[in-house]
Design a protein around this ligand. Structure first.
Ligand SMILES: Nc1ncnc2c1ncn2[C@@H]1O[C@H](COP(=O)(O)OP(=O)(O)OP(=O)(O)O)[C@@H](O)[C@H]1O
Length: 304
């Protein structure tokens, strides 16, 4: 795998005698959307503020493209775009003029880039309208466009879907996925909603009380030897059980389905056998556990 865009090592933040963030270690890779999931007050914003240089680091370091945020802050943050808390916008200016204004504070205005980022977040039709006419979702997208102006390799977004309705959440999700895929950007996004990060992210880091308690792959690629649980809806069932037994696969019948634990690579063979014996196959599907179920199983019902 290519070098990670960001390497977070032993990252710690102290305020007074409290450790708000304790010894965080993780990497963020190009093209991935990494979720940062935790309840209110877990330390997500504090971590992100350190990652965009808005807050000093007490201990440890963050390296972006190999450059240390602690020692070479300006060079390290050159390729980082962030939207932490609600983006500040001029309500009486158009979205376009807001982007021009923001870009002019950082250097020369590049209208071509403004057009590109506008397209990336799907605001072409409204970019000349005043921001005060925008919905919350459009403002969030304009904030993301602003963070993208200088073509960052790493985009850091703190609760970008906060306060949005389901269609607004969906829009942000679609645009972020497109960004990661088409621009090959690493996206690090926080949320306190498990169901939301599960839909959006490739991988999720769970933080509780300033400590990483879990890292989960959301899009699971099954390796050949991995054992998975499959649910089979086949008729007649007793004949199917006989075939499974011949293949040394134990089956459990429940609710009109058969549940089997088999190696991923055995699935085609099983399929073939059932067809050969002319069984009626209605479904052969992996029994997926939702992230919530996996999380509850791991924490023994712990609260997020
Ligand atoms: N400037 C500060 N001084 C003292 N304590 C702080 C400060 N900022 C944050 N905290 C505390 O640090 C903890 C983590 O806060 P943080 O905002 O990082 O959490 P969070 O996971 O982003 O939660 P939320 O979603 O509510 O913003 C909280 O207990 C908060 O009260």
């Amino acid at each position: 795998m290519a070098e990670p865009v960001a390497k977070i090592r032993h990252l710690t933040k102290r305020m007074g005698n409290r450790e708000i963030v304790k010894d965080l270690n993780f990497d963020i890779h190009k093209g991935e959307i990494l979720g940062f999931l935790g309840p209110n007050g877990a330390g997500k914003t504090t971590t992100m503020r350190m990652m965009v240089g808005l807050m000093s680091i007490s201990e440890g370091d963050i390296k972006i493209n190999g450059k240390s945020v602690r020692r070479h802050k300006e060079a390290a943050l050159k390729k980082v775009g962030g939207m932490i808390e609600n983006p500040e916008m001029y309500q009486f200016l158009s979205g376009f003029d807001n982007l021009v204004h923001f870009q002019s504070m950082m250097g020369p205005v590049n209208k071509q880039r403004i057009k590109e980022v506008t397209k990336l977040v799907g605001l072409e039709g409204a970019i000349k309208n005043k921001v005060k006419t925008y919905s919350l979702g459009m403002r969030q997208r304009l904030g993301i466009a602003q963070a993208l102006l200088h073509s960052p390799d790493l985009l850091i977004l703190d609760e970008p879907t906060n306060g949005l309705d389901p269609s607004g959440i969906r829009e942000i999700r679609d645009y972020l996925r497109r960004l990661a895929r088409e621009e090959d950007i690493a996206v690090f996004v926080s949320s306190h909603l498990l169901s939301e990060v599960e839909l959006l992210c490739d991988r999720i880091i769970i933080i509780q009380n300033g400590v990483i308690t879990d890292v989960e792959n959301v899009r699971q690629d099954n390796s050949e030897d991995e054992t998975i649980t499959m649910a089979l809806r086949v008729v007649p069932q007793d004949k199917a059980i006989g075939i499974l037994n011949d293949l040394n696969i134990a089956a459990r019948a429940e609710d009109g389905r058969l549940f089997v634990n088999i190696a991923y690579k055995q699935i085609p063979k099983l399929n073939q056998k059932l067809v050969e014996h002319q069984l009626d196959i209605y479904a052969i599907e992996p029994l997926k556990q939702s992230l919530e179920e996996r999380f509850l199983a791991k924490t023994g019902g712990g609260q997020l």
